[in-house]
Design a protein around this ligand. Structure first.
Ligand code: NAP
Ligand code: HSE
Length: 428
């Protein structure tokens, strides 16, 4: 067997402990598969005394992740602390500068600093790998950069945040409002330390930005994503959507249009019978569409100790085998900034509002939609109180711009009793 591959792991939380366990439990398997013994030289975390449920006594301890990243007995620096900047970025930069290969699960850092880090890693001729950063245990980075490398990718669509999918499916199954399920998920520890990263769609958008860069050969462009979280999704919308044969998902879509790259992360309606519509709990799903392959759908656990550590170890094994690929599938210095477009592609839309319950109110809404060129596919009034009438409209395919024109005109009709809820209906 060749010389051992020596790991330095910074971050001994959920993912870091999972990695330590796999290295210990599967030592023989990893050696057989890679031709190299994979060992841990040193570890780092904030608290040295915390019981982490694994035996760390055989590993050197560093308080400072930068010191860990640059140790002589570390070949691969594994960053599992998290955070866009701070010690995560500093230590990854130090590792690259010291000629170490790097593995990270840190989507926030890559979505913001991915281009600079990729250029640095490629200039230093080291690997920077991040399978665990997107969709947890699903090997979607490997699928895009390797298995599907012969395709011009046309669209990526996916559910990439398990916590949001848990909240939406739990709201539906328990008939509970958003606020109750949010509190429940938070109590169960399902949400990030800053829950806004999950429910605001930011975490999922970080992942989409990374996938887009690989798929479309553009620089990571997190700021180019049209972003909306799930906070405004109501139990009423979930029920109405269900009644019409749809489920509401926090859906990421990246698609090349004639005018540029469209990236969206927002709650959408998808057919209830589709694989995406049937996705329950914390599971993730990513569909990749390519000109040759047509469509590949990957489904699996989007988070958790075992699944995320599994993805980290896939990267470690590739490094042990000597596989070195450009960080985003092609040399980083050649990546261009994407030309951005927003919701140019037409789609049907779901529109729910309440109208003042008086003669002609519905006609006014239908008129402003028609004047904006938005055609109604289905419409229904579904029960009302003394003064207002809830109305649900599904449009034929239209552009978001046309719909926005209609919404602005609706505002001036004097018949709206509540702010309209608008959700795109996506084909998946
Ligand atoms: P976590 O459980 O919060 O663990 C973070 C670890 O980093 C802790 O061990 C902490 O030390 C250590 N740490 C924080 N700041 C440090 C510092 N300045 N110096 C040294 N150590 C420091 O986080 P996690 O869930 O394992 O996530 C780690 C990374 O994986 C993040 O980038 C996350 O986004 C990503 N990820 C996580 C999952 C998941 O399912 N959890 C899935 C995909 C990707 P102490 O333990 O001493 O506090
Ligand atoms: N908060 C993330 C999620 C963790 O729920 O998907 C995995 O990235």
């Amino acid at each position: 067997m060749n010389t051992p591959l020596r790991l330095g792991i910074a971050g001994l939380g959920t993912v870091g402990v999972g990695v330590v366990k796999i290295v210990r439990q599967h030592a023989a398997l990893l050696g057989a598969r890679t031709g190299r013994e994979i060992i841990i030289s040193a570890v780092s975390a904030r608290s040295r005394d915390k019981d982490r449920g694994v035996n760390l006594s055989g590993y050197a301890w560093e308080d400072d992740p930068v010191a860990l990243a640059t140790r002589d007995d570390v070949d691969v620096y594994i960053e599992l602390m998290g955070g866009t900047d701070g010690p995560a970025k500093a230590s990854v930069e130090a590792a690259i500068a010291a000629g170490k290969d790097v593995v990270t699960a840190n989507k926030a850092m890559l979505a913001i600093h991915g281009q600079a880090l990729a250029e640095a890693a490629e200039a230093a001729e080291v690997s920077l790998r991040y399978e665990a950063a997107v969709a947890g245990g699903i090997p979607v980075i490997k699928a895009l950069t390797e298995g599907l490398a012969g395709n011009q990718v046309t669209r990526i669509v996916g559910v990439m945040n398990g916590s949001c999918n848990y909240i939406l499916t739990r709201m539906e199954s328990a008939g509970l409002p958003y606020a109750d399920v949010f509190a429940e998920a938070d109590g169960l520890g399902y949400l990030e330390a800053d829950p806004q990263l999950d429910v605001g769609g930011i975490d999922a958008a970080h992942k989409l930005a990374i996938l887009s860069a690989i798929a479309f050969g553009t620089r990571v462009d997190f700021d180019g994503i049209e972003l909306e979280g799930i906070e405004r999704v109501s139990i009423d919308d979930i029920r109405q959507a269900d009644d019409m044969g749809y489920k509401i998902k926090l859906l990421g879509v990246a698609q090349k249009t004639g005018r540029g790259l469209e990236q969206r992360m927002m709650p959408c309606l998808v057919p209830a019978t589709s694989p995406m519509g049937q996705l329950q709990g914390g599971t993730n799903m990513v569909a990749i569409e390519g000109d040759a392959v047509e469509q590949v759908v990957l489904r699996g656990p989007g988070a958790g100790e075992g699944p995320t550590a599994s993805a980290v170890m896939g990267d470690v094994c590739d490094i042990a085998r000597g596989l070195r690929l450009p960080v985003f599938g092609q040399p980083a210095t050649g990546l261009e900034a994407a030309t951005r477009t927003t919701s140019l592609l037409p789609a049907p839309y779901y529109l729910r509002t309440s109208l003042v319950d008086k003669p002609g109110a519905l006609a006014k809404i239908a008129t402003v939609l028609g004047e904006a060129g938005v055609s109604i596919d289905r419409m229904r009034q579904y029960g009302h109180d003394d003064t207002t009438a809830p109305v649900l409209i599904v449009t034929h395919k239209c552009t978001r711009a046309a719909l926005d024109t209609a919404l602005a005109a609706m505002d001036g009709t004097g018949v709206l009793a509540s702010e309209p809820v608008v959700l795109r209906i996506e084909s998946v």
